[in-house]
Design a protein around this ligand. Structure first.
Ligand SMILES: *Cc1c(COP(=O)(O)O)cnc(C)c1O
Length: 357
């Protein structure tokens, strides 16, 4: 019998969240961002579940796009980082991938071989990738000279602070993008990570790019996915494999960091940082047993962690513990571990089977 430590994936919740993204996108269409193995949920399952609705997918790199084709799906796939080697452009043309071209090196690669439909990335302030607005004219003149301009389908940019409603930066970036792309009104425009869908009056143009919200986790500072009307897609659960009473004065686990101030019934759960559960989640981080919230005690080990059973006195060996899901949001656990839901979801390791329902 395998260990019952699993990530169960609710594909109906995924579709619900995608439809919410489409509503929030207004007149824009929403390309489903399923990079990093569908944010840790399994790219094949996620892509297939959205196949009827999503007009495009977006991933980081060509390997991920090929995984979508391996699932038999034919929709265009945007490569958000473009290609990492020149010869991959002809593969893009062949497979219907739409690379984002973000630098001069990639422009040079483009001149050799078949040219796929592609996007140009405009750097409006994120300062990771993209051409400066004032360079666009020259880039596009170069594409015309090379006879490649007709393969250019549009412009993309990416927001740095869309998760923060108090920041003015998204407005500044939007104005910058609009001005930069205005000379080419016939080309498409794509902006908008998940957070941008929760900003009123934010234009999303032709294609928005929701990622984390599809999985039910929050893109917004200070809000959980539930607060935003999203449904959690992944429930990470593991069995209780042992329970005992630790006596007042005794400690639990490595470093003996947690010491009982009174006799405490505790349980060991078969999951740890070797499964992607964050080691930085300390004493007090929530989990749930049978819908009741319990708290972690002491340090997370590689294969195990301890929970306080005071609030779940009827819990027995074999019971399933929810590490995150509908009772405890991944956003809450992430906050306890000093990170974001994105990192926890993408960090669940291959040891944990994904079970789709
Ligand atoms: C990952 C990514 C997205 C999706 O971001 P979320 O915050 O997960 O919605 C959108 N656009 C680009 C360029 C990305 O890299």
């Amino acid at each position: 019998m395998p260990r019952s430590t699993v990530a169960s994936i609710d594909l109906e919740a995924l579709r619900f969240n995608y439809r919410l993204a489409c509503e929030k996108a207004g007149g824009a269409r929403a390309m489903a961002v399923i990079k990093a193995d569908g944010y840790g949920h399994g790219i094949a399952a996620v892509a297939s579940a959205l196949a009827e609705d999503a007009g495009k997918y977006a991933v980081a790199c060509i390997e991920e796009a090929l995984a979508i084709r391996d699932s038999g799906l034919k929709q265009p796939v945007v490569l958000l980082q473009g290609v990492h080697a020149g010869p991959d452009f002809s593969g893009c043309a062949e497979y219907g991938f739409e690379p984002v071209v973000h630098c001069h090196q990639q422009l040079q690669w483009l001149t050799k071989g078949p040219v796929p439909r592609f996007w140009l990335k405009v750097n409006t302030g994120m300062n990771r990738l993209g051409f400066r607005p004032e360079d666009l004219q020259g880039v596009i003149a170069g594409l015309e000279t090379a006879g490649q301009k007709h393969r250019l389908i549009g412009f993309v940019t990416h927001f740095a602070c869309a998760d923060d409603l108090n920041s003015f930066m998204t407005t500044v970036q939007t104005r910058c993008f609009e001005a930069a792309t205005a000379p080419w009104p016939d080309l498409m425009r794509s902006v908008g990570n998940s957070a941008a869908h929760f900003r009123s009056d934010q234009p999303l143009y032709d294609w928005s790019r929701p990622g984390i919200m599809l999985y039910g986790a929050s893109p917004m500072i200070g809000k959980s996915g539930l607060d935003l009307g999203l449904r959690p897609v992944m429930t990470l659960q593991a069995p209780l494999i042992s329970s005992r009473v630790v006596r007042a004065g005794e400690s639990i686990g490595y470093g003996a960091t947690w010491v009982a101030d009174q006799d405490t019934r505790m349980g060991m759960v078969a999951i740890g940082y070797g499964d992607g559960y964050p080691r930085h989640a300390g004493t007090g981080t929530p989990a749930a047993i049978g819908g009741k919230r319990v708290r972690l005690l002491g340090r997370v080990s590689m294969d195990m962690l301890a929970v306080d059973l005071t609030m779940a006195p009827e819990a027995r060996e074999g019971d399933l513990v929810e590490l995150w899901g509908s009772t405890v949001s991944v956003d809450e656990v992430a906050a306890c571990a000093g990170t974001i839901g994105y990192e926890l979801l993408t960090g669940v390791t291959a040891r944990v089977p994904r079970i789709c329902g």
